[in-house]
Design a binder for this molecule. Structure first.
Ligand code: 13P
Ligand code: SF4
Length: 344
């Protein structure tokens, strides 16, 4: 008697695709069902092959979806890690799987490379909240106060700034200036969080992240109540202060990952972007991730078909006018010097 068993979805993939992608799939199997992988795998195989032909690397932010983050990225990390790695890569082409300001930062720190963004509309509510003219006005209003600018800004805004920061190093950057007061742009919530940890007076701008500002303290309390207190609440400092007060730990993207590595909680409530939780869940199958799903629409504009098209057509190339790039580079390089030798 012959018993014919139905093939699993992965077994339906053509042999070369299955062979070339199986190792990548194992990294995300716990968060990407096989039926979805059936759609993703041909793109993953084609992208990884084209990267080699083009001498390209894909840099992916932690907020990219798992099929990108685990499937085609060569380098993954938060804004700070991506800026550092963009400066160091030997590849000729950098494909930035993230948002536009990250691609601009890569071009600023490594101008000789071709930097591509798969969708130029992948913006950021923080970057859109402020212009270079706004920064010049603030300087007139607060003469002598140095301008500390979150990397989530355009190249033009960076060019008007004294130094950049990310959420990983914001306090360290502010303290490094030894100033009585600083202008901190553009995230009001990150700025307030920094103000709570430094003696420097912080002058704020009213920008915010549309993903993190949506969390509420009631939501955090509801989750805590539902899990009987057996839950570690980790929040990103782009959240409003009344949300941060409810958290057990407040930290940047890398800070949150490191915290999970260190304390190995059995259950975590992640108060940050939702794909980050999926990527962490893939890396930590022993941890139960509770994720109120706030997805960043800008980060989600990047997809596997767009990454493939980007490599096929070498679009959309990110350029920064040389005079702007030169001034912006000073601000980014100063930031990279502050954190030198230290993990983000
Ligand atoms: P970090 O990568 O600096 O934590 O920033 C979070 C973020 O919102 C990126 O867009
Ligand atoms: Fe910008 Fe917020 Fe999206 Fe990050 S998560 S890219 S800060 S809108």
């Amino acid at each position: 008697m012959t018993v014919i068993t139905r093939p699993t979805p992965v077994e339906l993939l053509p042999d070369p695709v299955r062979r070339d992608t199986s190792e990548r799939y194992e990294r995300m199997r716990s968060v990407v069902p096989e039926v979805e992988w059936l759609l993703y795998a041909p793109y993953v195989a084609a992208i990884n092959q084209l990267k080699a032909e083009r001498n390209a690397v894909v840099l992916a932010h932690n907020y990219q979806t798992p099929e990108i983050y685990h499937g085609v990225a060569d380098i993954t990390g938060d804004s700070l890690a991506l800026a550092r790695m963009a400066r160091e890569t030997d590849a000729e082409v950098i494909v930035l799987a993230g948002v536009h300001f990250m691609a601009e930062t890569a071009k600023i720190v490594n101008p000789a490379k071709t930097v591509l963004i798969p969708d130029p509309a992948a913006g950021c509510s923080l970057a859109e909240s402020i212009t270079a003219a706004d920064v010049r006005l603030l300087r007139q209003q607060y003469p002598g106060a140095p301008v500390v600018t979150y990397v989530n800004t355009s190249a033009e805004v960076k060019a008007e700034s004294d130094i950049c920061c990310t959420s990983s190093n914001a306090v360290e950057v502010v303290d490094s200036l030894d100033a009585e007061r600083v202008i901190f742009l553009p995230d009001q919530y990150l700025g307030r969080w920094v103000a709570g940890q430094t003696d420097t007076e912080i002058i704020l701008w009213e920008g915010s992240c549309i993903v993190h500002e949506r969390f509420t303290p009631e939501e955090v309390r509801r989750f805590r109540a539902a899990y009987g207190g057996d839950i570690e609440v980790l929040a990103h400092p782009e959240c409003p202060p009344n949300v941060l007060e409810e958290a057990d730990f407040v930290g940047s993207t890398s800070g949150i990952s490191n915290r999970i590595e260190t304390i190995r909680p059995s259950r975590v409530l992640l108060i940050t972007e939702c794909s980050m939780a999926s990527n962490l869940a893939a890396d930590h199958p022993d941890v139960d991730f509770v994720r109120p799903c706030n997805l960043c629409p800008y980060m989600n504009a990047i997809t596997l078909p767009k990454i493939l098209r980007s490599l096929e057509t070498m679009t959309h190339e990110v350029t920064v006018a040389p005079d702007i790039a030169e001034r912006a580079r000073l601000a980014v390089d100063r930031m990279l010097e502050v954190g030198r030798g230290r993990a983000g």
